[in-house]
Design a protein around this ligand. Structure first.
Ligand SMILES: [Zn+2]
Length: 487
């Protein structure tokens, strides 16, 4: 068995484990007297939280979130969460709300599903059927005690109710806590998204279900840190391929995803990330199709800010232009005047995924979308060697935030976002999901389908082995690679 302690070394003794259906999650109050969970400031009791002090109300929310996850998970070993409310990095307008993570990771313990693979402590204990290190808690969690005070997210405040009746300026602690506990339970990769480095050179169970469409490989197929770091930048190409999450995505995510499909002769079809336009006709299931042509002005640029010099070659085409110099609506209007069927605006600086095309112009009658520079450059290169066919529309089957195979995208971004990349879903997911990198105000307190997919990711990595609810093998002998749904 290998063991690797992450960051915090905290020693304390826990009560003996209790075997039962569900799991027991115990909150260990790490605050000093008078602060955090022990803050004696009187608090107005809420209908759903009768705590009389700030400290009591905070602890009640922690206990609620622990009980929620305890009811969903299944482990014979008590899960200990060392928690505190402390000042965290903050300014008047932005700050850290809180964070949580596993304290320790283990591999090659009795009961491990994949060999030579890191598991977070709570899951390792569950699979082993015993506490692999009773002296260390499973999860550490630290939340910001300063929210709403001068200099820290002024105007906002924590909401301590055990419901979703928070006001517009209130941050629902229960929702934030359900999110953070999920990280500590295994919704977290221990491989650095920024450097691609893995602890002691060994990948984790999260990486088993990480598939990169651009490279056509699972994470374990990369052989260097540099390859893994490059993959983490592949926005809208890195998907979670766990079978339970994939199946639940049908009900959890809305169907009807905007798409741009490019087909270069000899190179096959490829869907690229787009930011749809906020003006012009909406994309529909009657996709606009056409051959791609680069729009050129008299100066030889493809900015599309002046009438096109090659207008005759653009009639009936999907016209490619570059971002910059003039408004998006100007570019689209010029292409429309040349007889274009649709417009693709390529970003002029690296990064992605691409945001939408802003602007308003009631005279725009053709659809348009923005692509990242990465994809714009590839498209231009393909045009130099041959013909490229484009299809821009709405896929009535594809889920919003997932690929064509209903595999939800992980949050790959260029540049990488420390603490946010990979270990979250892509924020595109809709309806909004608990494990997106930002907490959306419309989230529920659900962590299971049909509302939410968090429990299914945990199921994919090895929770619920003794509750095979639906006939899908909990542990397929191998990861499904880019499965094609049967139609
Ligand atoms: Zn998070």
């Amino acid at each position: 068995m290998r063991r690797h302690l992450l960051g915090l070394a905290l020693l304390l003794t826990l009560a003996p484990a209790a075997a039962r259906a569900g799991a027991t999650i115990t909150i260990i109050n790490a605050n000093d007297p008078g602060v955090g969970f022990n803050d004696p400031t009187p608090a107005a009791p809420l209908a759903s939280n009768p705590g009389a002090t700030l400290g009591e109300q905070r602890l009640n929310v922690f206990k609620y979130a622990a009980a929620q996850w305890g009811a969903v998970l299944d482990s014979p070993v008590e899960i200990a969460v060392l928690a505190a409310f402390i000042p965290r990095a903050c300014t008047a307008t932005s700050g850290v709300l809180g964070s949580a993570g596993a304290t320790t990771i283990f591999s090659d313990f009795p009961g491990a599903i994949f060999p030579a693979t890191w598991y977070p402590k709570a899951l390792a204990d569950k699979l082993a059927g015993e506490d692999l290190d009773p002296t260390t808690p499973d999860v550490v969690a630290a939340f910001n005690s300063e929210v709403g005070k001068p200099g820290c997210l002024e105007g906002a405040s924590w909401y301590y109710g055990l419901d979703t009746n928070q006001g517009p300026a209130e941050i629902n602690l229960a929702v934030v806590l359900l999110h953070e506990l999920a990280h500590g339970l295994g919704f977290q990769s221990f491989v650095s998204a920024g450097t691609g480095a893995a602890p002691l050179g060994q990948l984790d169970v999260f990486s088993k279900f990480y598939f990169d469409h651009l490279d056509g490989v699972v994470r374990g197929d990369y052989t260097t840190d540099a390859e893994r770091a490059a993959s983490a930048l592949h926005f809208r190409d890195v998907a979670w391929i766990g079978p339970h999450t994939r199946r639940a995505a049908r009900g959890a995510l809305d169907a009807g995803s905007p798409f741009l499909q490019l087909e270069a002769r000899g190179a096959g079809e490829r869907r690229v990330a787009i930011g749809p336009a906020l003006f012009g006709p909406a994309l529909t299931r009657d996709a606009v199709e056409g051959r791609v042509a680069l729009g050129l002005d008299a100066a030889g640029t493809s900015l599309g800010c002046a009438p096109f010099a090659n207008a005759a070659a653009l009639r009936g085409r999907v016209v490619l232009v570059d971002r910059g110099t003039c408004t998006f609506t100007t570019k689209v209007r010029n292409a429309q005047d040349a007889g274009a069927r649709a417009v693709i605006v390529a970003d002029n600086a690296p990064g992605g995924p691409p945001p939408g095309l802003g602007g308003a112009d009631p005279l725009v009658t053709i659809p348009s979308a923005r692509v990242a520079k990465r994809d714009g450059d590839a498209l231009k290169a393909a045009l130099l060697v041959g013909r490229v066919q484009a299809k821009l529309g709405l896929d009535p089957e594809q889920r919003i935030g997932a690929d064509e195979h209903r595999q939800i995208y992980l949050n790959a971004t260029d540049p990488v976002q420390a603490g946010s990349s990979i270990s979250h879903w892509d924020p595109l997911a809709f309806p909004n999901q608990l494990m997106e990198p930002a907490i959306n105000p419309d989230l529920t307190l659900e962590v299971t389908p049909p509302e939410d997919l968090t429990s299914e990711l945990l199921r994919d990595i090895g929770w619920f082995t003794d509750r095979n609810l639906d006939g899908v093998p909990d542990f397929p002998g191998e990861v499904i690679r880019n499965p094609r749904p049967a139609r």
